[in-house]
Every structure is written in C-alpha cells, then in structure tokens.
Design a protein around this ligand. Structure first.
Ligand code: HEM
Ligand code: HEM
Length: 391
C-alpha cells in the first residue's frame, strides 16, 4: 500500500522558512565581512531587524498553524533531536537580532540605526547607563558565538533533512517544498493571518514610533538673536553651507534656521559688529542618517546646545573684499578661524559671499565614533552667500 500523502506546511510557513533561511545565511556572511564600512553596518542592522520582525510573525503563525507531525518512521531520539534543533533555531532567530541591538545600544560609539536608509530605529530602552561597559563586550561575544551555534544547528538540520529524504523513510523535503512528488495532500486551511502579521507589524510599529514621539516632544526653538544691527540678514535670504567628505564621498548641508545682527559700514569696517546665531538642529544634508547623527550628543548635541554663534571681529578691508576673525562658539567651546568675504552694494541691497575652513575634531564634533577622522573628514568647509537688506 502506498504511504499516505504527506501533510505539508502551510504556504505561509514555507515562504517564511525559505525567506528567513536565505536572510540568515546572508547575515552571517555579511557579519564577517563588514570591515569598517558604515553602509554595510547599516545594511546588517536593517536586515537583522527585518529577521526579528519576520520571526515574531513566524512564531505567531506557528501557534495558529501547528506544523504537521514528524514522519512516523523517525525514531524517538531523531524526533527529539529534530525538535531541539527547531527550538534552537527559533531561539537564535530572536536572540541574535536582540543581542546585535544590545551591542549597538550599549556601544560608546552611539551610531544611529536607520533601517534601509529610511526608518529610524531607537536603541533598546533602559540601556543608557550601560554604555561603554562590560555589557557591550558580553553582547558582542554572545552575538558572535551565537552565529556559530546557528551554523552548527544548520549542519544538523540539513544532515537530518537529507537523511530522511534519502533513506527509506517518507521524506521531509516535500513538506517544505511545494510541488515535489508525494506532497499531494493540500496544506491545512491557514488561520491567524491578522494575529501573526498584525502582531509582528504592531511590534515593529510601536518601536519605530518611539523616536517620532520623543523628537516631537522636544521642538527646536526658533533663532532668537536680538537684532540691534542695521541690516536684515537671515536664513530667509542667505545660506550657510557646510561640506566635507564621508568615507571619501563629498557631502554638503545647510543650516535652515539662523539669524544675524549686523552693524557694517564698508568705509568703517573696523567698527563692524556681526553676530550670527545658528540653530544647530536645523542642519540638513539630504541624507537621513547624517541629519539624525548631527543632532546626537557627540555632534551638535542639540538638546543641550540648541544654538551655536559666530562673532566676527577684526574686520578689515583686504585686496579682494574683507578679512575677519570668526569666533565660533559651539557646545560651549570657542575657536577662532580666519574668514574672508566679499560684499557688493546695490542701493539698499548688499550681496555677500565668503567662507572659512574648520577642523571639526578641534570643535569636539564626532569625537566618540570617529576621533581619527576615518569616516568624516576633519576639514569642514563653511561658506555663506546671499543678500542683506538695509533697514
Ligand atoms: C538558517 C537556515 C534555516 C533555518 C533557521 C531553518 C529552520 C527551520 C525550522 C525552525 C523548521 C521547523 C519548522 C517548524 O516546525 O516550526 C524547519 C523545517 C525544515 N527545514 Fe529548515 N531551516 C533552515 C535551512 C534549511 C535548509 C538549507 C534546508 C534544506 C536542506 C531546510 C529544510 C527543512 C525541511 C525539509 C524542513 C521540514 C522538516 C519537517 O518535515 O519537519 N532548512 N527549518
Ligand atoms: C539574525 C540576525 C543576525 C545575524 C545572523 C548576525 C550575525 C553577525 C555576525 C556573524 C557577525 C560577526 C561577528 C564576529 O565578528 O565574530 C555580526 C556582527 C555584528 N552584528 Fe550582527 N547579526 C544579526 C543581527 C544583528 C542586528 C539586528 C544588529 C543590530 C541592530 C547587529 C549588529 C551587529 C554588530 C554591531 C556587529 C559587529 C560587532 C562586532 O564588532 O563584533 N546584528 N553579526
């Protein structure tokens, strides 16, 4: 008598099995080959969190759609080993991403996580006090060794599947691969769609919403320099840009909110009094990852220091335009850099352009994650251009 048709996993279980198998194997390869490439780290974190969310869906799905029983011709110890390997897989599919998340949350480098370059993923809650300590080392150790355990389980798993396929037994591949000979029995009707995928989506959504809630709770105050000058000069008519390189590629950004108080007469340049107040939280580069990083403690630290100021002193005419000392105060630190600019007048409109170059490491910017300027260049060009109106 031919054996009874083998019961199959549901199509969703099959899809999740193979998707996660591919992603997990990819992640181990990626984990060992990220070198110091920040983009690969972001990809690793993005796919890792995707694995975590899909695993939540997979476990919920399994609760509603129990797997078909193992073939009868397996010995009890084979069944026990098979179940133990499956449990180990589920544990690792949860633990590895959680440990990775713990590594990035407790690292003193504090690099933000932007999933697939778009969704801001917060650090694990309650880990602030653990930064830069033993927790990171332990999590890193377990994350790395966990990947090896996954490989060992995979070896047992594939060996078991092949043995039961090749041997005289019923075969197991047809339960996990649709369309193989023998898999004639339709899968059982699937249940629990909303619970499994809604649950996983809710899990993801709640965590992804946390940064949105906290950033809206701390609005960036508007620039409030008291303007005692005789020129109207602000981000409405002029631009302050900054540019540098990140891993060798040029980036450029702009401060969208700043205001200046300007007393300036080209005939009496030495009497000039120019003070620019910049909302550091208004820096935008067109790249979410940069914008998010710039707001963090080691960069502009906008929560503690929402503004930076530039005061021009020793303004004097030079062959082409004017020269001045720019006294820059940022995060309570002050440095002076030479600055050159030109101004042309047309009635009550002054058109100006100029710039300077700063060493960001001297300004204590990015000193946790990149003190050696391996990623972000030390040299940052700052330039400005636009018009001012006489009041
Ligand atoms: C890292 C990669 C993989 C993981 C994490 C994984 C995980 C799992 C888990 C947890 C189950 C049990 C599902 C359940 O009952 O809830 C399973 C079943 C299965 N896997 Fe994998 N798997 C992986 C790769 C593979 C590969 C490469 C093969 C092919 C050789 C394979 C073949 C199978 C088969 C045939 C079954 C069905 C076993 C049965 O009849 O109970 N898996 N896998
Ligand atoms: C199931 C998913 C994951 C797998 C299989 C995996 C695998 C790996 C592997 C094999 C390594 C290399 C370890 C070594 O150098 O020995 C690694 C490193 C790393 N992973 Fe994951 N990972 C996963 C998820 C995550 C997630 C979700 C995050 C963060 C949100 C993360 C963050 C990291 C970090 C920061 C490192 C570098 C740690 C170090 O310097 O050793 N991983 N991962």
């Amino acid at each position: 008598m031919p054996p009874a048709p083998s019961p199959r996993y549901t199509a969703v279980a099959i899809l999740l099995h193979w998707t996660l198998a591919v992603l997990l194997i990819f992640m181990i390869g990626l984990g060992w080959n990220m070198e110091d490439n920040a983009n690969l780290f972001q990809l690793h974190k993005s796919v890792g969190i995707l694995i975590l969310v899909l695993t939540v869906a997979r476990i919920l799905w399994r609760a509603f759609n129990p797997p078909p029983p193992l073939p009868d011709d397996m010995t009890p110890w084979e069944k026990a080993l098979s179940h133990a390997v499956h449990k180990g897989f589920y544990a690792l599919m949860l633990l590895l991403p959680l440990l990775g998340w713990l590594v990035v949350s407790t690292s003193d480098k504090q690099v933000p996580t932007l999933l697939f370059k778009t969704i801001e993923w917060p650090h694990l809650p309650f880990t602030e006090g653990l930064r830069g300590g033993a927790t990171e080392d332990i999590a890193e150790f377990l994350h790395s060794k966990g990947a090896w355990v996954l490989i060992v389980l995979l070896g047992l798993h594939v060996a078991g599947a092949v043995k039961h396929q090749m041997g005289a037994e019923e075969g197991v591949f047809k339960r996990m691969i649709p369309g193989l000979a023998g898999a004639t029995s339709p899968p059982r009707p699937a249940r629990g769609w909303i619970a499994a995928f809604g649950g996983a989506l809710a899990f993801f959504g709640i965590i992804a919403a946390m940064p949105l809630l906290s950033s809206s709770a701390a609005p960036v105050p508007a620039a409030t320099t008291e303007d005692t000058g005789d020129w109207d000069l602000s981000s409405a008519n002029a631009e302050i840009r900054f540019s540098g390189t990140y891993q060798g590629d040029a980036f450029t950004g702009v401060f969208e909110d700043w205001r200046a108080s300007v007393v300036f007469d080209p005939e009496a340049a030495a009497d000039a009094a120019i003070l620019v107040t910049v909302q550091t939280g208004s820096a935008t580069t067109g790249d979410n990852f940069f914008d998010k990083s710039l707001k963090e403690g080691e960069w502009f630290d906008i929560a503690a220091h929402p503004t930076a100021t530039v005061r021009l002193t020793h303004v004097q005419p030079v062959e082409q335009g004017f020269a001045a000392d720019a006294v820059l105060t940022i995060k309570g630190k002050e440095i002076t850099a030479p600055l050159a600019f030109t101004v042309t007048f047309d009635g009550d409109t002054a058109t100006l352009a100029g710039g300077t170059r700063l060493a960001r490491t001297e300004l204590d910017l990015g000193q946790n994650s990149d003190a050696g300027a391996e990623y972000v260049s030390d040299d940052i060009e700052v330039s400005f251009s636009g018009t001012a109106q006489r009041k």
